[in-house]
Ligand binder design. Structure first.
Ligand SMILES: Nc1nc2c(c(=O)[nH]1)N[C@H]1C(S)=C(S)[C@@H](COP(=O)(O)O)O[C@H]1N2
Ligand SMILES: [Mo]
Length: 248
């Protein structure tokens, strides 16, 4: 093999150019970062970043197909010591006696659904890798009622034609908004069991949302209210600077 010889001047010139590029990038980075910090915030995030997130959401929403399933695991692989994260809206003991899911219909009526009624619907199981944006994940097993079965049973087809579903805890302290396509994905369930047993209180007893196509933030524990809307429903972590979409 022939060695290509390189002159000292060539090396020096290249080193200087590399160094200058490095300096420009550093100062460019600092400038951009300062500019971001000085920007107005839109729901806890500088406008430029928020615009990027919203743009990503548009693309994600276009390519997302509710027919595509999340990878599932065997039930035996599910964790027994399930991590607990987030207590907003579930600090007090659950009031099982007076518990209903309040569904706000388009005509303004409220439909009240009890746990016992929900349990009469077909039961669906899902074991999947639950991911939190804080950086941990865990294979967990849940069972409950498919959101689409719930819609069918209570004739919420009109409501379900809107772009978003909003949910909140009974005290409305924690709340999420979710795009319609993700809600009708067949692995999205109103869950009342974890590992075949009623949900523990800190895991959302009596009913929580399990939506494998989303990060943990959207899996609202202790569902108190459900409503439908064409505008984005308010979302607890969105207001605190996180992405609205929060999907994969
Ligand atoms: N009501 C309520 N639901 C919630 C939260 C919360 O603070 N309050 N935290 C969310 C977050 S950030 C995560 S990661 C998951 C955690 O679910 P787990 O406690 O079953 O692991 O719940 C979500 N649902
Ligand atoms: Mo989370």
């Amino acid at each position: 093999m022939k060695n290509k010889s390189v002159s000292k001047a060539y090396i020096r010139r290249n080193s200087i150019i590399s160094f200058l590029v490095f300096i420009v990038l550093i100062f460019g980075g600092i400038y951009f970062f300062k500019k971001l910090k000085a920007e107005n915030k839109e729901n806890g995030t500088p406008t430029t970043l928020r615009k990027t997130l919203d743009f990503n959401e548009k693309i994600a929403n276009k390519v997302f197909s509710p027919d595509k399933k999340t990878r599932v695991f065997d039930k035996s692989e599910a964790a027994q010591n399930v991590r607990v994260n987030g207590y907003v809206g579930i600090e007090t003991a659950p009031d099982r006696e007076n518990y209903f899911i309040n569904v706000i219909k388009n005509n303004g009526d409220t439909l009240k659904v009890s746990v016992d009624e929900l349990k009469k619907l077909p039961k669906t199981d899902v074991t999947f890798n639950f991911k939190c944006i804080e950086g941990w994940s865990q294979i967990t097993n849940w069972s409950g009622v498919k959101f689409t079965d719930f819609i069918k049973k209570y004739h919420l087809e009109n409501e379900n034609s809107l772009n978003y579903v909003g949910m909140s805890t009974p005290d409305k302290k924690y709340y999420v908004g979710i795009d319609h396509k993700s809600m009708i994905q067949p692995q999205t369930i109103l869950a009342y069991e974890m590992n075949g047993k009623p949900l523990p209180a800190n895991q959302g007893y009596p009913i929580r949302l399990i939506i494998p196509v989303k990060y943990g933030v959207k899996h609202l524990k202790r569902i108190g209210n459900i409503y439908f809307s064409n505008e984005r429903p308010k979302d607890y972590w969105y207001e605190r600077g996180y992405d609205y979409y929060c999907g994969f």
